[in-house]
Design a binder for this molecule. Structure first.
Ligand code: PLP
Length: 416
């Protein structure tokens, strides 16, 4: 296998997907719950493309992914926003290797290790929020935030917003707005009746019964949507007036992606609780809910049995990788790279309506499903986003090269 450097241009050796990918996906279909990996083969002709099966990833580096057939793709998704500093960033890999020589696993709430302590210190300094609860997935961070808000406010009610996506574990599922009826319907009877939904960017309802308000400051999966100026401040004030806890879910938008370290900075608003995950460790599943001292102290001190924990809480590999990733983000100056990406896209596509900020952009184009498949067949990974797939979402590794971006723009223009 030829190692990748990360700045390669697309290389297509077979049709997409190729025979190796097809064989692996067939095996997957024999063993995985059918609800997970989308094949949608029957829709291929409707989309005007040859196939809709996925390609199976073999290796990745920087902005490049290689599949089982040796086809190379430029990844404008950063793997769901995870590889902000590039896939398999060398500094992160080095930290993983070094940590693996020492300690793979500690014991969550029972016996901590130094990397977990260092990571909490670092996240506290970066966010200005003193205390944190670590988790594995983004939805873990959301669960921790919802529970903390209940502890701090004493109220059960939660306000969420249309188009918001916070994960699919039960607490998070209850507060999503994105394709709500599709995701929630089978489980509606188990989700409780404590959640109120309002229009994202719209009027803020009465919060007197609400303990937690959860919002993505810039929506990701819901279509890369940015509310009008002043809305976040209004929300902050409404929470303060009503004694509700404001949760910013920045699992997608944090760490430079929008052109600031945190998206909330664009609006001059600090939340009480901040959820982060995805790109935090450059590819290891680790997340955090950070909060103010006052809000976190509402849990009270552990009486020997942690009220909230998990087996892999603060996993040493993930913490070591996150520490290295955070250093890399600073070294690379991700916000600056993200802003340069946005400037280049806007200049290259003057006739396309582009929403979002930095390296979190949504292009309003027709037939984004067909377009994303067409781009895949030209060696570019992109995903549609939004309730009706109304935008083509671009959330690349911010290390994507100019040549890769130029090639992408040429491919996109050829399909428009
Ligand atoms: C804003 C936001 N919150 C939460 C999540 C859920 O994270 P995970 O899939 O790691 O549970 C996502 C995932 O896309 C997200 O974009």
């Amino acid at each position: 296998m030829t190692p990748l450097h990360g700045d390669e241009l697309p290389l297509l050796l077979t049709p997409v997907p190729g025979p190796e990918s097809r064989a692996w996906v067939d095996r997957l279909a024999q063993r995985e719950c059918p609800a997970i990996t989308s094949r949608r083969a029957r829709r291929a002709s409707a989309l005007g493309v040859s196939d809709t099966d996925p390609v199976v990833w073999k290796q990745a580096r920087g902005a490049v992914v290689e599949d089982m057939d040796g086809n190379r793709f430029v990844d404008l998704t950063a793997g769901f926003g995870v590889a902000g500093i590039g896939h398999r960033n060398p500094a992160v890999v080095k930290a993983l290797q070094a940590q693996s020589d020492v300690l793979l696993h500690a014991m969550g709430d029972a016996f901590p290790d130094p990397r977990r302590i260092e990571l909490l210190e670092k996240l506290g300094a970066l966010t200005g929020l003193d205390h944190g609860i670590l988790g594995s997935s983004g939805s873990d961070a959301v669960e921790a935030a919802l529970k903390t808000a209940k502890m701090a406010s004493g109220r059960d009610g939660v306000l969420c917003f249309s188009g918001g996506y916070h994960g699919l574990s039960y607490g998070a599922l209850g507060v999503i707005g994105y394709k709500r009826s599709a995701f929630q319907a089978p489980f509606a009877g188990q989700l409780g009746d404590h959640v109120v939904q309002a229009e994202f960017g719209g009027e803020i309802p009465d919060l007197s019964q609400i303990g937690a308000v959860i919002v993505e400051p810039i929506q990701g999966r819901g279509g890369i949507r940015v509310p009008a100026a002043g809305w976040h401040q209004m929300l902050r004030k409404a929470c303060d007036d009503a004694g509700a806890i404001l949760i910013f879910d920045e699992i997608y938008s944090a760490f430079g992606r929008t052109g600031r370290r945190f998206a909330g900075e664009h609006f001059g608003v600090t939340p009480d609780l901040l959820c982060i995950g995805k790109s935090l460790a450059g590819g290891f599943p680790i997340s955090a809910c950070m909060g103010t001292r006052a809000v976190m102290e509402s849990w009270g001190a552990s009486k020997g049995e942690a009220l909230h924990t998990q087996t892999f809480l603060g996993n040493p590999l993930g913490c070591a990788m996150a520490l290295a990733a955070l250093e890399e983000m600073d070294r690379l100056d991700l916000p600056k790279l993200a802003r340069a990406f946005e400037a280049k896209l806007r200049a290259a596509l003057p006739d396309v309506h582009i929403q979002g900020k930095g390296a979190m952009l949504g292009l309003r184009l027709p037939e984004t499903l067909r377009l994303s498949r067409g781009l895949l067949e030209q060696g570019f990974l992109v995903l549609p986003a939004g309730e009706t797939a109304e935008v083509l979402a671009l959330t690349p590794p911010m290390t994507i090269s100019d040549a890769q971006l130029d090639a992408f723009l040429a491919a996109l223009k050829s399909l428009l």
